[in-house]
Write a protein that binds this ligand. Sequence first.
Ligand code: CCH
Length: 285
Amino acid sequence: YFYSNETTPSWKKVNYNSVYKDIAGLLEDEDYDDGSYGPVFVRLAWHASGTYDKKTRTGGSDGGTIRHTAEAGHGANNGLEHARDRLEPLKKQYPNISYADLYTLAGVVAVQELGGPTVRWRPGREDKTEADCTPDGRLPDAAQGADHVRDIFYRMGFNDQEIAALVGAHALGRCHTSRSGFDGPWNASPTSFTNFFYTELLNSTWVPKKWNGPFQYVDKESGQFMMLPADMAFKKDSEFRKYVEKYAADQDAFFEDFAKAFSKLLELGVKFPEDAPVYEFKTLE
Ligand code: CCH
C-alpha cells in the first residue's frame, strides 16, 4: 500500500480455516436434539440471510443483525438462540470475526460436515447495530403454500429451481413444538445431509396429523416423519415438482445446485471487500 499507516481490516486478521475446524468441533453433542447442532446452525445461517429484499437492498446476512433482540425476537427465529449461544465462545476466541461471518460460516461447516457439498464462502461481512434490523415478516410462513413461498424467495432474487434446491435442507433437523409449533423430523437421518427431503416427499403418503397443534402432515406408514404445508407445495406445484423429481433421482445434481444457491443466499446484499478471497474448505476427516 502507498499509505504506510494503513490499518489491516479486522476480517483479514482471522484464520478462517481454524474457525472452520473449531465450529466443526461444536457440532456434536449427544444431549442436544438428534446429537448435532448442525441443523440449527444451517437454520441460523439461512434466517440471518433470508431477510434480504432486492428492491430496497435491505436485510441479508451482512450486519449480523439476527443477534439483536429486535430481530432475534421475530417469531420465525424462535430457538435460534441455541445456535448463537453455542457459537458465542468462538466470538471470544476470534474477536476479529464478525457475527455475520461467524453465523454464515457455521452454516457452511454444518452442511459440509454432515455430508453435504462444498459451499463456496467469502469473509468480510461487517456487523451493524440494532437500528439495522429488518422488520418482522420477511421469512416464509410454513402454514402457507406455493404462492407465498414464491413471493418470499422472488423478493430475495431466487428462481424456482433455486428455491426447490434450497428447501432440500429440510433433510436436516426437525421441527420443535416449543419453537415453530410444528413437530418432528422430515426423515430418519436428520443429522446427515442427503436428498431424502425429495425422496420422502415423493415416495411416502402424507396425511394430516391428528393433533391439537398447527396443521401439518405425517407419513401414513410410520407417523414418525413430517411435512409442513409449505413443504407439500413442492409436491403439488408442477413447476417446483419438476425439480423435486430431478433431485430425488440425482443426489449429485441436488448437491451441485444446493451448493450454488446456498452460497448465493449467504451473500445476498453483502458488499464484500474487493480482496476478500473465496474459500472452499476441506471437510475434516
Ligand atoms: Fe426451514 N424450517 N423453512 N429451511 N429449516 C424449519 C426448520 C429448518 C421453513 C420452515 C421451517 C428453509 C426453508 C423453509 C432448515 C433449513 C431451511 C422449521 C422448524 C420450520 C417451521 C423450526 C423449529 O421448530 O425448530 C419454510 C416455510 C421454508 C420455505 O418456505 C431453507 C431455504 C433452509 C436452508 C437452506 C433447517 C436445517 C431446519 C431444522 C432446524 C433444526 O433445529 O433442526
